[in-house]
Ligand binder design. Structure first.
Ligand code: GAP
Length: 535
């Protein structure tokens, strides 16, 4: 699938617009249009229903080690700055970047690729920074241009080794930057904290500095005790939250995939340390199934366990659910969701102070004065089990998903071009979004075949009846074939046409977007029929 075509459909049909477009746009920020807002809301609502409101507290779901409870939360975006100091984000949440003095462009250090090559007696590192399928080809074109050589002289280039990343290069003076014409224009890598800083209150001194949250998770940890004290939940239980997060990404790119403002759907699941490995595996498999159930089946979706050296500072086990987005080179996958076993890292940090690893132990990190470098809240966040009389810090399993990335993956998977017969039976090309009915912005569209003979009145009545149950679109403009095409592009799974026969026997034509099958259905049964398909 060609990503440009999807991006253009998203703009043309009102799924996604560039933020502040009339002013030239703002890199890393996106707006969801009338169809996009419905799609993304459906993704978030499917997640919320499947994990929170639809969860059965009384019986264990398939594969779960035991019964458990699930509750929700909506915490603030700006929190006490100490939250980010104890969570590790203040000290550790950064990327390395390099700037190009010539092109004034900035790149993520680890994402610049390149290859060593010798020509005309000189050895240089040719860097590229793109998601091109053929970085070698791109590097070849660049090096020919740099040495002022022609295409047919490509045989004279002596390549040394395969493509590698910039961090493997010791001598930056030999690097030809991705957008540079001269050597050595890239600066040494510099650290860059990804949290957006802001000022709370009118005085505006640095002491009032606060941060826009880079993840929703910490809002859950700092409310752990509030939830315990205000509800009757018992371990094991999960707290779920959906909300905006902000990261000042160095190179936002690939449409909404890497944005500076995005939404997360996170669960912090609290359990006894002895059972935490079982819960980790349960959540890993359950979350993978959620995507396949909603249509991301096939080899574009995969579940990948992290190797020990990939694990975060707090994690004893992590898996990623990844999707082969069409903007990535063949064989590469992008993260949709991470499922992490976080141990007791977060609750301990918020209680005792920021932790650091010492050998195999996590200890409170000391500052130059020997006191905790970042002081915790001092609150006892241990859980007391009334039955066993045990007091302990629970372990946490965290399934952390991105609503924008999930929405984008569902769009990529749904986008199809096919050839179908038009109303005269002639093959015609169509563009269709085969979205799962639960996710589709409109569940059905209602058409009167013609604007006379009482058909609009019947169609309007049916439209209003259905609209009381789910989102429905009414369209009486143009030929029915054209109306089908418009709904296919919007991902509407069912179209209902009121025609001459409706006047006689109160049946309507129900047309299925994917099979193109048309069947006559009694009008009074239509609502229930569609409701069962879109639930
Ligand atoms: N609490 C753990 C956490 O935040 P993460 O892997 O940094 O983990 C979780 O983020 C998910 O949030 C990712 O899998 C991704 O879906 C989404 N996400 C992270 N950064 C993003 C960005 N810049 N743009 C869009 N989505 C992002």
């Amino acid at each position: 699938m060609d990503m440009d075509k999807l991006v253009s459909l998203c703009k043309r049909r009102g799924f996604v617009f560039q933020s502040s477009e009339i002013y030239g746009g703002l890199n890393g920020f996106w707006d969801y249009g009338p169809l996009g807002v419905e799609l993304k809301r459906n993704v978030k609502e499917a997640w919320w229903k499947d994990n929170v409101t639809g969860h059965d507290d009384l019986a264990p779901p398939v594969g779960a080690p035991s019964i458990f409870e699930m509750v929700g939360l909506d915490s603030s975006i700006i929190m006490h700055p100490q939250v980010w100091k104890c969570s590790g984000h203040y000290d550790l949440f950064h990327d390395f970047m390099v700037d190009c003095r010539e092109s004034k462009k900035r790149y993520r250090y680890d994402q610049v690729k390149g290859r060593w090559v010798e020509a005309k007696g000189q050895t240089v590192f040719i860097a590229v920074y793109s998601d091109s399928d053929q970085p070698e080809k791109e590097a070849e074109q660049k090096v020919l241009k740099f040495f002022d050589m022609r295409g047919k002289q490509a045989d004279e280039l002596k390549w040394q080794g395969e493509m590698t990343t910039l961090p493997t290069v010791q001598d930056m003076s030999k690097v030809l930057g991705p957008d540079a014409k001269t050597l050595g224009t890239l600066t040494p890598p510099r650290e860059f904290n990804l949290m957006f800083k802001t000022i709370v209150g009118a005085l505006g001194s640095d002491e009032d500095a606060a941060f826009l949250r880079p993840e929703t998770a910490q809002g859950i940890f700092v409310n752990f005790k509030n939830v315990l004290d205000s509800t009757r939940v018992k371990i094991p239980f999960g707290i779920a939250q959906v909300g905006k997060s902000f990261r000042n990404e160095i190179t936002p790119r690939n449409f909404t995939f890497r944005s500076r403002e995005f939404e997360q759907m996170e669960i912090e699941f609290f359990c006894h340390p002895n059972t935490s490995p079982d819960w980790y595996h349960y959540w890993r498999d359950r979350r993978y199934k959620w995507y396949t159930d909603l249509g991301l089946a096939g080899d574009r979706l995969r579940l990948r366990d992290h190797t020990p050296d990939e694990l975060s500072h707090y994690s004893c086990g992590t898996a990623d659910i990844e999707y082969a987005f069409p903007f990535l080179p063949a064989g590469e996958y992008g993260e949709l969701e991470g499922i992490a076993h976080r141990g007791d890292f977060d609750l301990r940090s918020h209680s005792e102070g920021k932790l650091a690893r010492q050998g195999n132990e996590l200890v409170v990190e000391a500052g130059p004065d020997g006191k905790p470098r970042h002081k915790g809240s001092g609150k006892d966040l241990r859980y007391f089990d009334e039955q066993t009389r045990e007091r302990y810090l629970p372990h946490v399993i965290e399934p952390s998903a991105g609503a924008d990335r999930a929405t984008l993956a569902f769009l990529c998977e749904a986008y199809q071009e096919d050839t179908v017969p038009d109303e005269n039976g002639k093959p015609s090309e169509r563009l269709v979004l085969k979205l799962h009915p639960r996710l589709a912005p409109f569940k059905a569209a209602v058409f009167p075949l013609v604007k006379k003979e009482g058909m609009p009145e019947i169609a309007e009545k049916l439209y209003r009846e259905l609209k009381a149950r789910f989102p429905v679109f009414y369209d009486d403009k143009g030929a029915v074939g054209r109306r089908y095409r418009r709904q296919d592009e919007a991902g509407t799974p069912y179209c209902l046409t009121i025609d001459g026969q409706t006047l006689q026997d109160q049946t309507v034509t129900l047309r299925d977007r994917d099979t193109l099958k048309q069947e006559r259905v009694p009008m009074k049964e239509v609502g229930e029929l569609i409701a069962t398909k879109v639930r």
